[in-house]
Design a protein around this ligand. Structure first.
Ligand code: AMP
Ligand code: MG
Length: 319
């Protein structure tokens, strides 16, 4: 099989209605979608990605009214945050109803839901009478895809259709929250800045620290390149056998003492949102060149900085 790459939401919807899996564009990263009410379509997502079944999937739909059809309740602050930030890179964990299968939630009583902000995917979702489960469309633990080409390179032979919506505008996964104990817990840092969340939340927003509070799929190693990535180190600190042909991943400027051809800049304009947008495609590009190792520079810890640094930490082999 070789995936059909299309820009038609109507065509992509046909595959989903037949119970097949389709890669879909979103503002965060590309997702691998399947009918969330069809257990076989959900099982296929885990198989195609080689994803362990204990790592639950996010369910995507086009409106808050649709979300209310498959959750038991929508607590007030969760609802108002969804109203403020949907469609957008915000995922909310809510009590699921029975017609969301335990396969989707890895046996948890809660389901993670979001309304993605991409015109083609919203058009697609509006044609369906079911929501779709959709994790990122990459093999488990590898770098997430931010273009149709990225998906095609890795999953093109395993799925029938890729909906091509161009490059992702945010570039990192959604921010995941759960309202509990009079707080809004951030389970995963992501494309929505926590300060923005706090500004619209009537309850304090706090980062979940313990494993129990955090999301089950928050593995310490993830998003990994095949070329070893070292964060925050100098050349002299990495193993000699990997030091001969090193690439430098920089935030916004070149290291003066190193050849420019060995450096790649995440955000030439100095904007952290640009770094987020470019992160995964640059990691792929570096991984496909023949460098012996990558030495990365941390991103300033403001705005989406902590979410980007979280991805870099988990992609690295030294942190
Ligand atoms: P992905 O779609 O690959 O970016 O990952 C989805 C992530 O969402 C999972 O790895 C979990 O961390 C999180 N998640 C999904 N469902 C739930 C849930 N019911 N409760 C908590 N976290 C969840
Ligand atoms: Mg993922």
């Amino acid at each position: 099989m070789q995936a059909k790459i299309t820009t038609s939401a109507i065509e992509a919807a046909k595959y989903l209605i037949e119970g097949q899996n389709v890669a879909i564009p979103t503002e965060t990263v590309y997702g691998l979608a399947g009918n969330a009410y069809n257990e076989q379509a959900v099982l296929n997502i885990f198989a195609i990605k080689n994803r362990p079944k204990f790592d639950p999937l996010i369910v995507h739909t086009h409106s808050i009214e649709q979300i209310e059809r498959f959750v038991k309740s929508l607590p007030a602050v969760s609802k108002s945050l969804l109203e403020s930030f949907s469609p957008g890179p915000l995922t909310v964990v809510l009590h699921k109803r029975d017609h969301i299968s335990d396969l989707v939630t890895s046996g948890l009583p809660n389901v993670a839901v979001r309304i993605p902000n991409h015109p083609l995917t919203l058009e697609l979702l509006r044609q369906l009478d079911f929501p779709v489960a959709a994790p990122s469309a990459n093999p488990f633990t590898y770098v997430s895809p931010t273009s149709a080409e990225h998906v095609n390179q890795q999953l093109g032979r395993k799925i029938p259709c890729i909906l091509n919506g161009g490059p992702c505008q945010v570039g990192i996964e959604s921010t995941i929250i759960r309202e509990a104990d009079d707080k809004v817990w951030v389970l995963r840092l992501g494309g929505l800045d926590i300060d923005e969340l706090q500004a619209k939340s009537n309850k304090p927003v706090e980062l979940a620290k313990t494993v129990e509070e955090a999301s089950p799929g928050n593995f310490s190693k993830h998003y990994a390149t095949k070329t070893p990535l070292y964060m925050g180190l100098e050349l002299s600190q990495i193993p000699v056998e990997q030091a001969e042909n090193v690439a430098y991943l920089r935030f916004s400027d070149y290291k003066p003492e190193v050849e420019k051809s060995k450096q790649i800049i995440l955000a030439p304009d100095g904007q952290i949102t640009t770094a987020a947008k470019n992160l995964f495609s640059i990691l792929r590009e570096l991984d496909q060149s023949s460098f012996s190792a990558i030495i990365g520079e941390w991103i300033p810890e403001t705005g989406l900085g902590p979410a980007i640094n979280d991805r870099l930490r988990r992609a690295s082999i030294n942190c």
